[in-house]
Design a protein around this ligand. Sequence first.
Ligand SMILES: Cc1ncc(COP(=O)(O)O)c(C=O)c1O
Length: 458
Amino acid sequence: MDAIDIAVAEARRFIASLPTRPVGPRGDAATMLAHLPAALPVQGLPATDVVRRIAAAAQPGLMANAGGRFFAWVKGGALPASLATDMMLTGWDQNAVLAATSPAASVLESLAGTLLLEALNLPRDASFAFVTGCQMAHVTALAAARHAVLARVGWDVEAHGLFGAPKIRVLANAHRHGSVDRALRFLGMGTDCLVPLGGPVPGRVGPDALNAALAMAPDAPTIVVLNAGDLNLGESDDFSALVPIAHAGNAWVHVDGAFGLWLAASPRLRPLVAGIEAADSWATDGHKWLNTPYDCGIAMTRDPVAHRAAMTLAASYLTAGGDLRDSMDWTPEWSRRARGITVLAALLELGRDGLADLIERCCDHALAIHDGIAALPGATGIARPIINQGMVRFHDRGGANITDAVIAATNAGGEAFFSGTLWQGERTMRISVCGWQTDAGDVARAVAAVGAALAGLY
Ligand SMILES: Cc1ncc(COP(=O)(O)O)c(C=O)c1O
């Protein structure tokens, strides 16, 4: 066997073990590092030996989030076609920066973007960029937003930067993800520009709050950041009401749809994000609900001119793609992996109906897990899933919060894996279902595993 055979065999062995291996990792750093030299070897090792050693080292530290019983954070698995395509992509070793460096990457990523806009029901002429994750999708889309709102007041941010520029306000859902704040830091706007917005419905921006915030500084360059699927409640903003208000105030509307944007792919769930297509930019992930391998985020904008202006660069030694797309015009990276091809593979494997079914069944499973756990003695449902996210909490007979202990005991058991959060000042367990592998059997096993952990502590 050569090194590639060994790597493929290892990947296969891991995937085959998912139904039976403990979901959580089992090893400490010393166990892992025992397989590898601690110092740089003077002479290199044979490739086969390197791959075998790395595989052995990683084994006890691998998280089985690719399987059906991982419900922590927001993680999908990797669909077979997407995973296999990713492996091929690694073998091809293409630099997808320009059409000139890889026409295949350019053509296939272009098709991926076109099919993606169709799948998500977004404007077919929107621009898109395949980046490392939703974090960088925010950076990309908010750079386009920054360009557009400053151009409206006559300021060229690409040439002059932000020194001396009119100050931008960012009116954002108070339940936004921290990656929005970090994107604003990276873009030189700083978190002080943020104005958090709430409303009568937890997790959602109220139209009155948005109207009032816009009226505070009607002439200021303004970006509004809304949520499709917040992390804890799964709530989405009322785009049909809010986007027209923001646009009337001359603001750019950016949507964090890291996972919630995929609701638009389901006829049953689409009403939850009605009006989202009217926003100016959207950030999402392939590696969450679409179930591509890591790392795969996507930025899309309704303003290709602003998007391109924020990202593009011409240099004398670069060859422009002509009719073909140069990803350098759209992404913050220079050299890059053609990760968009894994999106293409996932979309083709699922098709329109398969994608809708994936999104819908994850929501159904989240509900079943929540309701199954909430019915256990000592458990309380805190947020019944509207989509694929929910929360529960555990108390002992004396009323003490034992949530962290229940999570730890469940995860130690290996049958399922959950994570905790602080919700309204109390420790709470999150339920997140994103993986294509999760089925009714996994749901039953997960509820039973939590029940067993709770019974020992209640
Ligand atoms: C709502 C939301 N936005 C953004 C992110 C950041 O995404 P990524 O980890 O792909 O950069 C996450 C990650 O969990 C998220 O849940």
